[in-house]
Design a protein around this ligand. Structure first.
Ligand SMILES: [Zn+2]
Ligand SMILES: [Zn+2]
Length: 138
């Protein structure tokens, strides 16, 4: 078991957060938006329980990028580090990027989404995870 709250932050350390409840699920997203956003083949992220993330430092550094549709992409304006996504209507943090946790968040990715758009230069590993061509039905 991981100890709660979990803590994490951005690359420069300006933004710090804590997560007070176990994440609900985790997965890799292979969509082109996540490829552009991260500069990598996929984004690993955990869906959080509503209201379980609290910014403990550097809230003024967090910027939102609003794509034409979908969740806001939140990042640190000082270092550019990706942090989490946010529902544009409810203002609720949805998924935090797994790489921002300080320690082991406990949860493990169990699915891959938007694999139809996966980067041609990195084969999807044969890891037995659930695969979805598009979004995952909840
Ligand atoms: Zn930063
Ligand atoms: Zn994505």
């Amino acid at each position: 078991m991981s100890a709660f709250p979990l803590t994490g932050g951005c690359l420069c350390g300006g933004v710090r957060y804590e997560v007070t409840a176990p994440p609900l699920s985790a997965g890799y997203c292979h969509c082109t938006r996540c490829q552009r956003r991260t500069g990598t083949a996929a984004s690993a992220q955990a869906r959080l329980a509503p209201g379980s993330l609290r910014v403990t430092q550097g809230a003024e550094l967090v910027r939102d990028y609003a794509p034409p549709t979908g969740f806001l992409k939140c990042f640190c304006s000082n270092c550019g580090g990706a942090l989490w996504s946010k529902d544009p209507d409810a203002g609720e943090v949805m998924s935090v990027r797994l790489g921002t946790f300080d320690g082991d968040p406990g949860i493990r990715p169990s699915f891959r989404t938007f694999v139809a758009y996966a980067a041609p230069w990195e084969p999807i590993p044969d890891d037995g995870l659930e695969r979805h061509d598009e979004a995952r039905r909840r």
